[in-house]
Design a protein around this ligand. Structure first.
Ligand code: FDA
Length: 588
């Protein structure tokens, strides 16, 4: 083992998964000196997470990567059908239109965001993020494993090891002002810095079989992401195998649960082909196994996301089942919250206290996500119950119970009603727009205006409730400038604070300029309304903004409202500068 000279950087990012690559791309965009190390020679080599929600697409939009991601993804139109059956070839048991693709929910999703969900497996997404990060100048170091990390008052010292240097391995010290541990569910950073977690691990075990099978005949007429095959006498809970579409309709992941108490499942080619064949139900389909892997269900959340100069992002901080598809999404959104704060602190434009708001804002979101995902897993039990499946049943007993679901008469009718209710419950997993978009922050980087949060008018997990209450994500509305439609979300972000105002609020634009000059940061401003920079032709912004024409919203670089004034004040410059100073924890 040889030691090479030390590297010095402002931010060391450990891990180049969705969280680390997004952090690297954002910090490079903001001009921050950062080094990213990752222990493997390349990005993810298998599909893993795939559901990419609108909030994450808004982050990619902010990074100018939305089109690249979409070009590589399966579009929302092909994601919708969630199918339950005993096999692809058998008669279907139930179906739910998901991810906002059904007519009942499409409008909610379209009104909430300028972008749409897509399905992009991790091994396809990560190269897009990597290319985007490198194009912005990010310094990504592959085959570089973190082996130790410690901190003192001035910085963090990490030791990394080159893993591709032949037999003679090379170690290197990296000295950084901050470290972001984006090193996944087995985070070395979390372990070595003694981050404490709430929850439990090993709550379930699953196998992924990545394979090629042309199922066009069985999938193209009901295009979807998830096909749940529930065979009598098999796993009574989530079915005998869930087929996750990787590439329509020829590449899939077949996921199944197993009981670790009975040992690891047989992952021989023969065994997994037999399982795949049974759940396809058509012996004529050719199969080619690409890879298999095992993983487990955890329900863990870091109590804090920061200890001193070290932060956790992504699975390093929150570990949960894939239900609701929140794994990569939450990881990417963590980075969007932290990156601008690190940039402003490192540039000397914000006080270090701003960094503490990362835990205050993201930890409650992470806790909500792990709890929601865990509940969604449990909420799948009523489906197997409605099918009549029970643990320990033989295939004949299971089949007879299933036949009862199709029987005429009051019992069959009740069973069918119970199945419909069990399927409807899955909306909390597959059409949970409120969970996907409704993240709200309370911290010192948000200045509460004393008004209560608006009461939800519909189920807050299923529906988005746009509000400009400080701490909320800025509501989306299409506004128009020189015949081009722009989302209100596109008016801000890109590492900058933004002031949005309306007719009669023009002094806020002047105030934004003065605050920018006083604080040494760019603050853009837009007047929305007839005669302003952007026309609110549909009147939708006026309906959403919850402030008067002459009021103002101060929007953070991550699209969250930092502060608002309901009307023009006597001293807009003083008020806006004061708000910014508080948000930035400035003491000068
Ligand atoms: P991620 O785990 O993706 O990345 C960690 C990074 O850290 C990697 O680049 C790794 O090389 C690096 N690293 C680790 N230790 C290091 C060290 N000591 N030194 C240097 N680098 C180090 N989620 C979901 O929502 N739906 C799904 O279907 C699935 N399916 C699924 C299947 C399998 C097999 C796995 C393993 C995981 C899933 N997940 C999932 C979870 C999903 O993959 C996960 O939520 C995201 O990848 C989290 O992204 P992160 O960037 O936080 O970590």
């Amino acid at each position: 083992m040889t030691m090479t000279s030390a590297v010095h950087t402002d931010v060391l990012i450990v891990g180049a998964g969705p969280a680390g690559l997004t952090m690297a791309a954002l910090l490079a965009t903001y001009g921050v000196d950062a080094v990213t190390v990752t222990k493997y020679a390349s990005t993810a080599h298998s599909p893993r997470a795939h559901i990419t929600n609108q909030r994450t697409m808004e982050v990619f939009r902010d990074l100018d990567l939305e089109d690249d991601v979409r070009a590589a993804a399966t579009p929302n139109e092909l994601m919708g059908n969630n199918v339950w059956a005993t096999s692809f070839a058998d008669e279907e048991i139930a179906r739910l239109l998901t991810w906002g693709s059904g007519p009942e929910r499409r409008m909610d999703y379209e009104l909430a965001s300028p972008t749409s969900m897509c399905n992009i497996p991790q091994h396809i997404l990560e190269p897009v993020l990597r290319e985007g990060a490198e194009a912005r100048g990010a310094d990504l170091r592959f085959s570089t494993e973190l082996i130790s990390v410690s901190q003192d008052t001035d910085g963090v010292t990490a030791v990394v090891r080159q893993r591709d240097s032949g037999t003679e391995q090379t170690k290197q010290t990296i000295r950084a002002r901050y470290v972001v541990g984006a090193d996944g569910g087995r985070s070395t950073v979390a372990e070595q810095l003694d981050f404490a977690f709430d929850g439990e691990s090993g709550l379930g075990a699953a196998a992924n079989v990545w394979l090629e099978a042309d199922l066009t005949k069985y999938a193209a007429y009901r295009p979807g992401t998830l096909y749940w095959m529930c065979q009598p006498g098999n796993d009574y809970w989530v079915g005998s195998g869930t087929w996750i579409c990787v590439k329509p309709w020829t590449e899939w992941v077949l996921l199944f649960m197993y009981d670790p108490a009975e040992g690891e499942p047989d992952l021989s080619e023969e065994a997994v082909i037999a399982r795949a064949r049974a759940t396809i139900g058509d012996p004529d389909i050719d199969l080619k196994i690409k890879a298999t892997s095992l993983w487990q269900i955890n329900h863990l959340i870091a109590q804090k996301y920061q200890i001193g100069r070290v932060f956790l992002a992504g699975d390093a901080a929150h570990r949960h089942p894939p239900a609701n598809g929140l794994g990569t999404n939450t990881s990417i959104q963590d980075s969007f919250n932290l990156a601008w704060k690190l940039a402003l602190v490192l540039q000397g434009k914000a006080g270090e206290e701003l960094l503490a708001t990362y835990t205050d804002e993201r930890q409650p979101v992470g806790r909500g996500v792990v709890d929601r995902a865990m509940q969604s897993v449990g909420d799948m039990r009523p489906i197997s119950k409605a099918l009549g499946f029970e643990p320990g049943q033989t295939a004949e007993e299971g089949q007879s119970a299933l036949d009862g679901l199709r029987a005429p008469g009051p019992v069959g009718e009740r069973r069918r009603r119970e199945l419909a209710e069990a399927v409807a419950l899955q909306n909390y997993q597959f059409n949970a727009l409120g969970v996907e978009l409704g993240q709200r922050y309370e911290s010192s980087a948000v200045i509460d205006d004393g008004s209560p949060w608006p009461k939800p008018t519909r189920d807050p997990e299923l529906y988005d409730h746009p509000t400009t209450h400080p701490g909320a994500r800025l509501p989306h509305a299409w506004v128009e400038h020189e015949r081009v439609a722009t989302s209100t979300l596109d008016l801000g972000g890109r590492g900058e604070f933004t002031v949005l105002t309306g007719i009669g609020g023009e002094p806020w634009a002047d105030a934004a300029q003065k605050a920018a000059a006083a604080l040494g940061i760019p603050v853009t401003s837009h007047v929305i309304g007839a005669g302003g920079d952007h026309a609110d032709v549909l009147g939708r912004w006026a309906a959403l903004r919850e402030i008067g024409d002459s009021g103002a919203l101060l929007v953070r670089p991550d699209h969250h409202v930092a502060w608002r004034a309901h009307h023009l004040t006597n001293d807009p410059s003083g008020d806006l500068e004061l708000a910014l100073r508080r948000v930035l924890a400035r003491t000068d």
